[in-house]
Design a protein around this ligand. Structure first.
Ligand SMILES: [Zn+2]
Length: 137
């Protein structure tokens, strides 16, 4: 899950990844089956994209424009944002509909993989807690 927080005057976005909690209160055999299934499903899509898709409406620079007089703002505009490090943000406008669609798809594929990896990781932690082997046996 990603949260967006607007910072006044800027385009600051705080992106926090919160891991989903998967149910690991199953038998060791069931966990192993689930793990085997997950591993068979894992796929790295060529378009995998760790980024956020952001929709914005904005005011223009014309002082007498309706957008500055309570009228509707311009937009929507679509941006791709990517946190690279604290305070380091890669951000650009997605002008074409095809670009917007490609961004959405790539982000979805990245999330899928991230979810699968997270579930695998939580199962492995549970198996380790039970003093079970993490290997493929
Ligand atoms: Zn305007």
């Amino acid at each position: 899950m990603f949260f967006f927080v607007d910072v006044p005057g800027g385009f600051g976005i705080l992106s926090i990844y919160m891991a989903r909690i998967f149910d690991t209160r199953k038998s060791t055999l069931a966990l192993r089956h689930r793990k085997r299934f997950l591993l068979s499903q894992l796929k790295i899509h060529p378009d995998a994209l760790r980024a956020s898709f952001v929709e914005r409406f904005s005011q223009c620079g014309k002082t007498n424009c309706a957008c500055r007089r309570g009228g509707s703002k311009h937009g929507p505009f679509y941006y791709l944002t990517q946190c690279l490090a604290v305070g380091k943000m890669n951000k650009f406008l997605l002008k074409a509909a095809a670009q917007q669609q490609a961004a959405k798809q790539g982000i979805e594929h990245y999330h899928q993989l991230q979810e699968q990896m997270e579930e695998l990781s939580q199962i492995n932690a549970e198996l380790l807690r039970r003093e079970e082997s993490l290997g493929d046996d």
